[in-house]
Design a protein. Structure first.
Length: 457
């Protein structure tokens, strides 16, 4: 008989926790109930199928728990419980990686359907291997991929090709969700260290009091609760690559210990008598302004220069719109490899009109939900989340039925208006004519004709 799915339930309201546990168990799930997010995080393991957590809780709240879980397990599937009217925070949680949300008061049917979809999503992820990706968007058949059509991302990939074979320390910069870890994987897989471990650590997801021993290891009895020794992430990555995401979150004490690793190739084990040598390539990443932190005294200057040997800047998705259609279809086909799915043209227009504050990670989440919620073989605009449709409606004319402005009483210059719309769209798409044509819903040759007609460069 197949094992029951495991649901981790995090809710500080004891009565609601009991009611939700009852309904989930009645539906055949194994429920692991927790009152506090800290306790749930400590107990979390990869055999948990879905985490169902309240947003508002004392101490660590649901948003912090979400960030921590994704830091520990990027494939964690998290459902958010939110009070009626609290959808704004729930949507923010989805942008940060949550699968979906369930409003309170909880409707049992809605809850069980959402949990079922979340479990299906988890199983699909497990069936696809550890990551979404194919090789650096081009020809090599490797496990982790960057899908790229834009000139900006292909420039990043050319830089990856140049530096992968070296042992230089790399600093990857970019907004959350742009794919910094994928770039780190790409560097590792193209290097001489590819047969050795790649160890990723999200420094922002681990409490400060645990981060030192997590990174550098500890001896048995080094502190209260250290019932056995731990090697730490640096020694786990020996011979390979360690990826330190959100590097700016390190305390001054940990910055000095990391500097020793970079300078001397040694780690100072917590509770140890002497340093331990390691051979590891360091790739760091951040979305923060390190120069400003350095000026404020929050980041050591010597560490900054040690990390910034080879900087790589990953542009946000809104600056590389050419990648949006390619990425959306890549996610669609990966999630339903046995189906011949299609994407409606209007969906492309909506996706191009949205600004994607959560970048590629947000786009992936949107496509995954569309694939799971579809009824047929076409992903149409009705499957798009409201926040995507809402923003697109504010900037685009949809099927000629709505205008993003009021018509003036005195009339308008239609030719001049068309010229300015084309000019604005071209600027929005970073000068890319193919992306501009898709955004405007016209053929590329039609756009080229109008550009020449209006003298737009």
């Amino acid at each position: 008989m197949a094992s029951r799915t495991r649901i981790m339930l995090v809710e500080d309201d004891a009565s609601l926790r009991e009611v939700l546990s009852f309904h989930l168990e009645e539906a055949g799930h194994e429920v692991l109930p927790f009152e506090r997010a800290q306790e749930a995080l400590a107990a979390y393991s990869a055999d948990v199928d879905v985490v169902l957590t309240d947003l508002r809780m004392p101490g660590m709240d649901g948003m912090a728990l979400l960030d921590a879980l994704i830091g520990v397990d990027p494939d964690a599937v998290v459902l958010i419980l939110t009070a009626f009217g609290g959808t704004e925070r729930a949507v923010e949680a989805m942008r940060r990686g949550a699968f979906h949300y369930v409003e309170k008061p909880v409707n049992t049917t809605t809850l069980l359907v959402s949990v079922s979809k979340a479990i299906e999503h988890r199983h699909q992820r497990q069936g696809q291997g550890p990551k979404v990706n194919k090789p650096l968007g081009r020809k090599a058949q490797r496990q982790h991929a960057i899908v790229a059509s834009s000139p900006k991302m292909n420039q990043v990939l050319r830089l990856v090709d140049k530096i992968a074979a070296t042992n230089a320390t790399i600093l990857i910069r970019g907004e959350s969700g742009t794919g910094k870890e994928l770039v780190a994987w790409a560097i590792h897989e193209r290097s001489d260290r590819s047969a050795r471990p790649f160890v990723a650590v999200n420094c922002a997801a681990i409490p400060d009091e645990l981060l030192e021993s997590t990174l550098f290891g500890h001896q048995k009895g080094a502190f209260t609760g250290a019932s056995r020794a731990s090697t730490g992430k640096f020694r786990q990555a020996n011979g390979g690559t360690i990826f330190l995401d959100e590097i700016a979150e390190l305390t001054p004490h940990l910055q000095s210990k990391l500097l020793r690793v970079l300078q001397e190739g040694e780690v100072e084990v917590v509770g140890g008598d002497s340093p331990v040598g390691v051979d590891v390539r360091v790739i760091a990443a951040t979305h923060q302004n390190l120069e400003a932190l350095m000026q404020q005294g929050a980041l050591r200057q010597d560490l900054y220069y040690r990390l910034n040997v080879v900087p790589i800047e990953i542009p946000p998705l809104r600056q590389r719109p050419e990648d949006i259609p390619a990425l959306s279809r890549f996610f669609m086909r990966r999630l339903a490899p046995k189906n011949q799915l299609e994407m409606a043209r209007e969906v492309d227009q909506r996706l191009l009109a949205y600004r994607w504050p959560g970048n590629v990670r947000e786009l992936q989440n949107v496509i995954e939900r569309m694939v799971l919620l579809r009824d047929g073989d076409c992903l149409d605009v009705s499957l798009l989340p409201d926040f995507v449709v809402g923003e697109a409606d504010s900037v685009a004319v949809v099927a000629g039925s709505r205008l993003p402005f009021e018509l003036p009483e005195e009339g308008l210059d239609l030719i001049g208006l068309e010229r300015e719309i084309i000019r604005a769209a071209l600027e929005k798409m970073g000068g890319n004519r193919s992306a501009t044509a898709r955004y405007l819903g016209i053929a590329r040759h039609v756009l080229l004709y109008r550009l020449e007609k209006y003298g737009i460069g």
